[in-house]
Design a protein around this ligand. Structure first.
Ligand SMILES: *[C@@H]1O[C@H](CO)[C@@H](O)[C@H](O)[C@H]1NC(C)=O
Ligand SMILES: *[C@@H]1O[C@H](CO)[C@@H](O)[C@H](O)[C@H]1NC(C)=O
Ligand SMILES: *[C@@H]1O[C@H](CO)[C@@H](O)[C@H](O)[C@H]1NC(C)=O
Ligand SMILES: *[C@@H]1O[C@H](CO)[C@@H](O)[C@H](O)[C@H]1NC(C)=O
Length: 423
């Protein structure tokens, strides 16, 4: 296991991600809020005015994001998912927002979101219909791209329902070109590989050239089994997908569901830590108007976000499975390393893991400086290859650490060196 893992590490570290879509966007994993997992296709504004898909929902989200630390933490995009449009295009063949739920229209909503210093995302589909049955963009790519540009939209999530799979690539590439042709920089979030995997192995070089991020696997649910299935899929395809991630284009394991109903706090920490390790877009789907303070603090944790947004832009990967622990590692800028130790045993109490057993611990030679970020922030100080350090990991929780190699010992003479080795 460890030997295979370090071979992969070598390949990943040495390969440079191929050319990304050249629109100047997503140089770091996208951060924002996306309505789907929490609000789905709730269009009943008579019965549920506070939670239905309407301009009011996004305006309130923009308010909260600007006021309560989300924007400062880096969450920038307020994103609409399915169920926003009218069932009919207008007389010119353009998409239009449902007039009852979006009386001001999308342009006015974009202006509002921009006035809060945030950006607006919208949703459409490469095929005949969206997944929820609203008009799809097939045959209308240029019209729809221009409509979104005219509305000053900043991001497009482009779904893959109701599409002949043999035309998927063409459709996604055509929309990418149509967005470029508008002259407006619009971040392009694809689901191309997700819809192609059932038929053939997707061409990630082509996907990276066309998209800023791309969904590979099933929709996230508000449950630990869903998070586990995403991690498992990612680890078992990491040799294919990890090399394609880098500034400008990212693998998208779907939304963060932290702050909802289905995950324990330890499991929320695991999702946050592993999404940072995976260099995943951090698109939260929850209700920040009403969120538990601990979940909010976790989502706004600047140490974890710094790992997510690390300028080296390398995606991490699973390097070992040992004794019901999973080890995930992500190379960071300045030769640093992030390590996540995930306790997969869902019974008992916290278990200790000996950190010297992490394959990447070799960067600690001759010395390193270790900071624990989860489950609580702790400076562990200078360590050696012979460390005795053990981290405690809650069931289905994660210990997250960063390791900074100290290449040049900061002492010169042997007396001080001896003093240090005794430490
Ligand atoms: C369109 O593509 C060209 C060539 O890749 C690029 O230089 C330009 O910045 C792109 N424009 C937009 C708006 O994405
Ligand atoms: C993509 O664009 C090409 C060139 O205009 C066109 O021939 C093709 O039919 C388009 N494919 C789809 C799925 O729209
Ligand atoms: C994958 O896409 C790239 C870029 O579009 C292309 O050059 C390459 O030939 C494709 N590979 C395969 C196996 O089709
Ligand atoms: C180790 O890291 C901590 C936290 O970043 C820092 O305060 C400390 O100065 C570092 N120690 C060394 C020896 O680099």
């Amino acid at each position: 296991m460890c030997r295979v893992a370090s071979l992969l590490a070598l390949v990943v570290l040495m390969s440079r991600a191929a050319d990304a879509l050249d629109n100047g966007l997503a140089l770091k994993p996208t951060m924002g809020w996306l309505h789907w997992e929490r609000f789905m296709c709730n269009i009943d504004c008579d019965k549920d005015p506070n939670n239905c898909i309407s301009e009011r929902l996004y305006m309130q989200m923009a308010d909260v994001m600007a006021k309560e630390g989300w924007k400062e933490a880096g969450y920038e995009y307020v994103c609409i998912d399915d169920c926003w449009p009218s069932h009919q295009r207008d007389a010119q063949g353009r998409l239009q927002a449902d007039p009852r739920r979006f009386p001001g229209g999308i342009k006015k909503l974009a202006d509002y979101v921009h006035s809060k210093g945030l950006k607006l995302g919208i949703y459409a589909d490469v095929g005949k219909n969206t997944c929820a049955g609203y008009p799809g963009s097939l045959g209308y790519y240029e019209t729809d791209a221009q409509t979104f540009a005219d509305w000053d939209v900043d991001l497009l999530k482009f779904d893959g329902c109701y599409m002949d799979w043999t035309l998927l690539g063409e459709g996604y590439v055509n929309m990418s070109k149509a967005l470029n042709k508008t002259g407006r920089s619009i971040l392009y979030s694809c689901e191309w590989p997700l819809y192609e995997w059932p038929f053939q192995k997707p061409n990630y070089t082509a996907i990276r050239e066309a998209c800023n991020h791309w969904r590979n696997f099933a929709d996230v649910y508000d449950s630990w089994s869903s998070i586990k299935s995403i991690l498992d899929w990612t680890a078992s395809h990491q040799d294919v997908i990890v090399p394609s991630a880098g500034p400008g284009g990212w693998n998208d394991p779907d939304m963060l569901v932290i702050g909802n109903f289905g995950l324990s706090h330890a499991q929320q920490e695991s999702q946050m830590a592993l999404w940072a390790i995976m260099a995943a877009p951090l698109l939260v789907s929850n209700d920040p108007r009403d969120i538990c303070p601990r979940s909010k603090e976790l989502l706004q944790n600047r140490h974890i976000i710094a790992i997510s947004q690390d300028p080296l832009g390398k995606q991490g990967y699973r390097t070992a499975k040992v004794d019901n622990f999973e080890l995930w590692e992500r190379p960071l800028s300045e030769s640093r390393l992030a390590i996540a130790v995930l306790n997969m045993l869902e019974i008992g109490g916290p278990r200790g893991f000996f950190i010297g057993a992490v394959p990447g611990w070799k960067i600690c030679d001759p010395l390193c400086n270790v900071t624990q970020i989860l489950p609580q922030y702790k400076e562990m100080g200078v360590q050696t290859p012979q460390t005795k350090m053990v981290v405690s990991v809650n069931p289905s929780g994660t210990a997250l650490l960063t390791v900074t190699p100290l290449q040049k010992p900061y002492w010169e003479n042997t007396a001080e060196r001896r003093k240090h080795t005794i430490l």
